[in-house]
Design a protein around this ligand. Structure first.
Ligand SMILES: CC(C)(COP(=O)(O)OP(=O)(O)OC[C@H]1O[C@@H](n2cnc3c(N)ncnc32)[C@H](O)[C@@H]1OP(=O)(O)O)[C@@H](O)C(=O)NCCC(=O)NCCS
Length: 169
């Protein structure tokens, strides 16, 4: 497996991996799949922080962080994270997450914030965001709203806001 930055020409493969990862029989098209295209067209897009996992030349996973706002300071919002169903539970998500957190840390980003299952993200150092004073835009997200401080984190806190396309969901 190779983890690398998204390149021009990956867009359709990423769209399909995201769709398959989140699809249900009732909702085969998913909201997450067009979201990645909308994020790519937004000012919050950071080309270095859209990464794919490739096996035998095929894109099987994707993760992206986009520019977010934390109390007036820059922060990152992570998501979606997607692994094609036939490649799940084989360490692809793990590789994508560690690559992303390493890249964000190397870029000097202070903190990565996401909405997800605490049982899954705890292993990557995510904690309940509220414990750091990072306020969720939606109170009902509760413990699913999590943050991972990086090396440059200096206690930034306040209201968190995702890149604009998230607010249209
Ligand atoms: C969540 C997801 C990205 C994990 O990727 P993956 O490549 O399957 O994960 P890995 O192989 O690296 O890790 C597997 C571990 O994660 C755990 N895991 C997978 N999905 C999980 C979930 N939703 N909640 C809690 N744990 C989860 C598994 O139990 C497994 O742990 P174990 O091996 O100790 O049992 C992938 O399952 C996926 O794309 N799911 C659908 C989309 C989704 O829910 N994305 C996350 C939105 S926040």
């Amino acid at each position: 497996m190779l983890i690398r930055r998204e390149l021009p020409g990956d867009e359709a493969a990423i769209r399909e991996v995201v769709r398959l990862a989140f699809a249900t029989p009732e909702n085969p098209d998913t909201i997450e799949s067009p979201l990645v295209d909308e994020l790519r067209a937004d000012v919050g897009w950071i080309p270095a922080l859209s990464m794919v996992a490739e096996i035998d030349g095929e894109v099987v996973g994707h993760v992206v962080c986009t520019r977010a706002d934390l109390g007036g300071a820059p922060a990152l919002g992570l998501g979606p994270l997607s692994v094609r169903p036939d490649r799940q539970r084989q360490g692809v998500g793990l590789a994508l997450m560690h690559a992303m957190l390493g890249a964000a840390d190397a870029l000097g980003e202070p903190v990565v914030v996401l909405l997800g299952n605490p049982a899954y993200y705890f292993r990557y150092g995510f904690r309940t965001a509220a414990g750091l004073g990072i306020i969720s835009p939606e109170e009902q997200w509760g413990v699913h709203f999590q943050a991972r401080p990086l090396t440059s984190y200096r206690g930034e806190k306040g209201l968190f806001g995702y890149a604009e396309p998230f607010t249209r969901l």
